[in-house]
Design a protein around this ligand. Sequence first.
Ligand SMILES: [Fe+2]
Ligand SMILES: [Fe+2]
Length: 264
Amino acid sequence: MPLTISPSSTSIISQRPNLGFFKNRGTGPAFIKLPKSNNNGNVGSGGLVIFASNGANNRQALEVVFEPFEEVKKELLLVPTEPNASLARQKYTDESVAAINEQINVEYNVSYVYHAMYAYFDRDNVALKGFAKFFKESSAEERGHAEKLMEYQSKRGGRVKLQSMLMPCSEFDHAEKGDALHAMELALALEKLNNEKLLNLHKTANENNDVHLVDYIESEYLNEQVESIRKISEYVAQLRRIGPGHGVWHFDQMLLNDTAGVAA
Ligand SMILES: [Fe+2]
Ligand SMILES: [Fe+2]
């Protein structure tokens, strides 16, 4: 007898332990008891019984019984009792926790370098206020990324561990390129590096079957990162076109007056 699945059919039928599979002969009902769940809890823990029968009108139905109190027993044993353990943490591996902490550090480091660039362009003898604004906003944005990852870490029951940062360079002038192009090329390299690190984090999430983390990185980070790389690439191309002279002042004015949010 072919079985048809009726997802809306949730009515409870009596529990029949150790039914196994019975081939239906004649008009009687057929039952399938699903195997016990594995440790990942993906399959019902002996609590799912599929039922099929020939109704009076030959209608075939399949019903699934979910036994919450049976299934929850093993979950109850897993609720931590130690005061230092997270209660919310579920399917969030140590590897994912470490990868998030590493990405927090990457975002902070990029933020730190952008902050150094802001300080450079804000000097009285450099005075490219548009560049200073751009890098200040970019620094704040990268720090925002770090903070958002910290919130995520806590939400999933991981522990935030901040790591050390290296002292960034404080001089950005370059003999041939000039400071504006040199700093923007450095920014492009940083954004690409950040993208690499995000892809590593995504890989770790995939390897650990962490669907939520995969979705979070894809929806909150990857697209924005690609947009940043695209925007800074255009800035580098334009700065190469205008050279290190007078045109840089106009470019700086464009960054200063751009109200459409220019941070990378
Ligand atoms: Fe970022
Ligand atoms: Fe960025």
